[in-house]
Design a protein around this ligand. Structure first.
Ligand code: F0G
Length: 478
């Protein structure tokens, strides 16, 4: 008998014929503690989403069955991380856990100096305040909500220099996180290098659908920016996931470990902001890492104003210990293969069902293409926001809008930004859900897809000034 080996690579399903029998792999852990989740009735969910103004951020977690809102702070810590929690040294200054964290960052990421922060946006705030001047431009490979806002609050203007393929949900480019070097150089020539404090380079680009940047592209970006003396600041929130995709899909890297590739990425940059609630699987935490001593000195001075002393920056000692351990776990090859593998499993099944999802499948979630899912709804009827609430009503699965609501308004004209990508993100927390949960999610999305013609859009009835997607409220259009 000829067996099949099914291999998932960049979301592409390949069936190879080999004389071997098919062998499955499973999660590299067993479950030691469980947290019950409860199913609700359709009527209860209908009431809950109405009370939440059709915004999944405003639902109570008790009303959620499978929570795919985010992979941020929602992952399962290991027994070692929990053991680390008990080793918290809660001294105000000079906690032992800070030095362990600093050592882990230096060892795995290679950055010299570390400023802990309460989470990623704390680091974004500090780097923006110390590097951006009024009227500056910050080119980046697609915006992220909090990152862009901090750049703007510091007087800067974000400029998207990601490759065009990233804005096309059906384009199968394996590295849609790549920077378009022509766009970047054109901006430098137009505004002048002195107006560009740094290039904001994200790994596993969130808003593009969890899409990686290649090392070839990062090296070329480095060469170009060095020519003009512009540093690169790395949003390293999901760097291990990006490194895994490089290992799978970039020539010359198949035999390198994820740990080695992570280090190579970081070595091509000058500093980084980290939301440690993702890759390193802690519930709270983040940091700013830098190689330049002068900048570090300024950042360390600023952290005491906004976050806390420079040896805790808003984190408890115990959280820093769990983070130090999580950094090491995040680059382990069996862990990262299972983590991305689970996301790709769900993505592959939905693709086979004919549901429109962003291709290739990203690393931290499956992104539904709401424009194609609900083609009868124009973007001002918030198709992704609508779809997220319909999936919740169907099954209690909570997802997140990543479209016109997240994109906000243009600071100058006051109009909605209408991004090409109008997406619903089914974000998978690390080590939390089983394959059976993935099947429930798949069936719910399928059920909503079958009834898509009957779905009506939403109208916004409350809009907060900043990061409106978190707290905006909507009403169903009749
Ligand atoms: N950068 C990226 C790429 C992120 O995904 C996030 C958070 C941040 C920065 C900000 O970090 O939340 O710790 O302050 N993303 C979460 C998400 C909220 O659901 O994607 P934070």
């Amino acid at each position: 008998m000829i067996g099949d080996i099914i291999e998932i690579r960049a979301g592409i399903l390949r069936t190879m014929t080999t004389p071997k029998k098919r062998r499955s792999w499973a999660e590299p852990f067993k479950i030691k503690m469980v947290e019950p989740v409860f199913m609700t009735t359709r009527e209860q969910r209908q009431k809950a989403i109405e009370e939440a103004g059709f915004n999944t951020f405003l639902l109570r977690s008790e009303d959620v069955y499978i929570d795919l809102l985010t992979d941020s702070g929602t992952s399962a810590m290991s027994d070692r991380q929990w053991a680390g929690i008990l080793l918290g040294d809660e001294a105000y200054a000079g906690s032992r856990n800070f030095y362990n964290l600093e050592e882990a960052i230096q060892k795995y990421y290679g950055y010299k100096y570390v400023v802990p922060t309460h989470q990623g946006r704390g680091a974004e705030h500090i780097i923006s305040r110390i590097m951006i001047k009024d009227g500056d431009y910050i080119p980046g490979n697609m915006y992220f909500t909090t990152t862009k806002l901090h750049q703007e609050l510091a007087g800067g203007r974000f400029v998207d220099v990601i490759i065009d393929e990233a804005h096309d949900p059906d384009n199968w480019h394996p590295f849609k996180g790549n920077i378009d070097l022509d766009k970047l150089e054109a901006l430098i020539k137009k505004v002048g290098a002195e107006k560009i404090p740094y290039v904001a380079m994200a790994t596993a680009v969130n808003m593009a659908g969890g899409q990686p940047i290649s090392l070839e592209n990062l090296k070329a970006t480095r060469e170009l920016t060095q020519k003009y003396g512009i540093p690169i600041i790395h949003d390293m929130t999901r760097v291990a996931e990006n490194a895994y995709m490089i290992q799978q899909n970039e020539d010359g890297y198949h035999d390198k470990s994820v740990e080695e590739i992570v280090r190579e990425i970081c070595d091509l940059t000058d500093g980084a902001t980290m939301s440690a609630k993702k890759d390193p699987m802690v519930n709270i935490g983040g940091f700013l890492a830098l190689n330049d001593e002068k900048l570090f000195d300024e950042a360390r001075n600023m952290v005491v104003i906004y976050e806390g002393l420079h040896t805790y920056g808003g984190m408890a000692g115990r959280d820093m210990e769990a983070l130090a351990i999580g950094i090491a776990e995040s680059v382990q090859s069996d862990h990262i293969r299972a983590r991305v593998g689970q996301v790709h499993y769900l993505g592959r099944r939905l693709t086979e069902d004919g549901v429109p999802v962003v291709q290739p499948i990203g690393t931290h979630g499956v992104f539904l293409n709401a424009k194609r899912f609900l083609p009868h709804l124009s973007q001002d009827k918030f198709p992704a926001q609508t779809l997220a609430s319909e999936i919740y009503i169907d099954s209690g699965v909570r997802s997140m809008e990543r479209g016109v609501v997240s994109a906000g308004r243009d600071a100058e004209t006051g109009d909605h930004h209408y991004p090409e990508l109008e997406l619903v993100r089914l974000t998978i927390p690390r080590r939390v859900y089983t394959m059976a949960h993935m099947h429930v999610v798949e069936e719910s999305v399928q059920a909503v897809y079958e009834n898509r013609d009957k779905i009506k859009g939403l109208e916004m009835i409350y809009e907060p000034k900043h990061l409106r997607f978190f707290q905006a409220r909507f009403r169903k259009l009749s």
